[in-house]
Design a binder for this molecule. Structure first.
Ligand SMILES: Cc1ncc(COP(=O)(O)O)c(C=O)c1O
Length: 441
């Protein structure tokens, strides 16, 4: 092979020759765990196989999009058929309209929708739309929530934004000055910011269940308070449901918590593994988008037939399976209790958190963290050793403690019990280390 990087022996060093940093997303370099994520050549069901032929039970699940399992045959078939009929046509097509209708029926708060390709675009466009609609310039975010890599979203965000120590590099001070970043789960902080700046605030954007500082649940009444306060100050409420939209039941976190946002961002699982995302909400707000209104948002690949076909194939399967979410919830509870048992048996006091098909714990003592500053207290080196121990035992985890474990419909009892067994071994090994015991005091 020309440059010594045949598909079967490629590693991070070889990848760096032609891909900046060897990765297309910095978190994949695995800095927090001291090694890159394995280079995966194939993925089926709940398993992935790397270049060396090792197979792992996958709990990374591509950071969330994979919920039916890898290599879903119905999605693959739909994608192949759509690609044959013209992968991208540059006009509106009937299946795109049908998908929009399906999404609006599913999410009562979404009266109209726009398709884009990524969650980043969905959140970025929702913010611009909120500004155009309200004619106000500032907006509120919450630290530890991640809304993609656009300039105004990236600093003080959780998850992969931690891949660099100088996240503000390349973002202008003027952009940063337009954003108020507040602690999550803190009603008083929001109240005070809106009291002082409400007349300039176009919107607040929040992950209703935050999946980017580990798994962080909203405290009882928090989302309701965010709803009431934004409304009282004439600011729109944007729910970033890029992760939760198709993981928390039929209509995402907004259904689960019965809180109705003005705008919603969707992505990840919507495309069954293909890049499609959406933002949508109240008709009067969405009508401020050009050509009807004045706010611009567009994209060559927005609503393309291949990704739209994948989304239909995903929704077809979801909607045909009445027990889908209940089954995933049961599996996630099984995993959470397996991990909790492993942790307890080793003498640690680390809280395991589960919400729908998401499971997580951090190396910090109970109770579960409520915000980014508490999440940031977690012991990074203990997680790194845990990650590597799990990998050696055939379990693929996210390479950062700020991410979490995702389950798919293909994870069976054997997969989950394998993870719990591996966790028992690794936790016991961590407990036996002659250093300060992780998670204690
Ligand atoms: C809640 C949330 N919003 C937005 C995004 C950005 O989505 P994308 O990576 O598709 O641009 C992510 C990605 O992890 C996310 O978790």
């Amino acid at each position: 092979m020309k440059h010594g990087a045949s598909p079967m022996n490629v590693d991070l060093a070889a990848a760096r020759r032609y891909i900046a940093g060897g990765v297309d997303s910095p978190v994949r370099a695995g800095r927090p765990v001291g090694q890159p994520s394995p280079f995966i050549v194939s993925a089926r069901g709940s398993h992935v196989t790397d270049v060396a032929g090792r197979t792992y039970v996958d709990f990374l699940c591509a950071y969330g999009p994979i919920i039916l399992g890898h290599g879903n045959a119905i999605i693959a078939q739909a994608v192949a058929a759509a690609a044959r009929d013209g992968a991208v046509v540059g006009t509106t097509h009937p299946e795109e309209v049908r998908l929009a209708e399906r999404i609006c029926r599913r999410f009562g708060s979404m009266e109209r929708v726009r398709f884009v390709s990524t969650g980043t675009e969905a959140c970025m466009s929702a913010i611009r739309l909120a500004r155009g609609f309200t004619r106000k310039e500032k907006f509120i975010r919450f630290s530890g929530c991640y809304h993609g890599h656009s300039d105004e979203m990236i600093f003080a965000a959780g998850a992969s934004s931690l891949s660099t120590a100088a996240i503000e590099c390349g973002v202008t001070a003027a952009t940063a000055a337009d954003v108020f970043v507040l602690p999550y789960n803190d009603v008083a902080a929001l109240e005070s910011a809106l009291r002082r700046h409400g007349s300039a605030v176009a919107a607040a954007i929040v992950e209703p269940v935050c999946a980017n500082m580990g798994l962080c649940l909203p405290l009882p009444g928090y989302l309701e308070a965010v709803r009431a306060l934004t409304r009282a100050h004439g600011a729109l409420l944007i729910f970033d449901e890029v992760i939760t939209g198709f993981r928390l039941g039929a209509d995402g976190a907004q259904g689960e918590f019965a809180v109705r946002p003005d705008l919603t961002c969707l992505g990840k699982a919507l495309g069954g593994g293909l890049p499609i995302a959406a933002f949508g909400g109240r008709a009067d707000i969405m009508d401020a988008l050009a050509p009807q209104g004045q706010v611009f948002a567009g994209g060559t690949f927005s609503g393309n037939p291949v990704c739209v076909a994948a989304a239909h194939a995903f929704l077809d399967q979801l909607e045909a399976d009445a027990g889908f979410f209940a089954r995933l919830d049961r599996q996630a509870k099984r995993l959470a209790s397996g991990l909790a048992e492993a942790i307890e048996k080793a003498g640690f006091a680390l809280p395991v958190v589960q919400c729908a098909s998401m499971v997580d714990f951090m190396f910090r003592t109970r109770p579960p963290h409520r915000n980014y500053s508490e999440a940031s207290q977690a012991e990074a080196s203990a997680y790194a050793r845990y990650y590597r121990g799990m990998l050696e035992r055939g379990i693929l985890l996210p390479p950062s403690q700020m991410e979490l474990m995702f389950l798919t419909a293909e994870h069976d009892d054997a997969d989950i019990d394998a993870a719990s067994r591996a966790a028992r071994d690794v936790m016991a090994a961590l407990a036996a280390e002659p250093r300060k015991r992780a998670g204690h005091g």
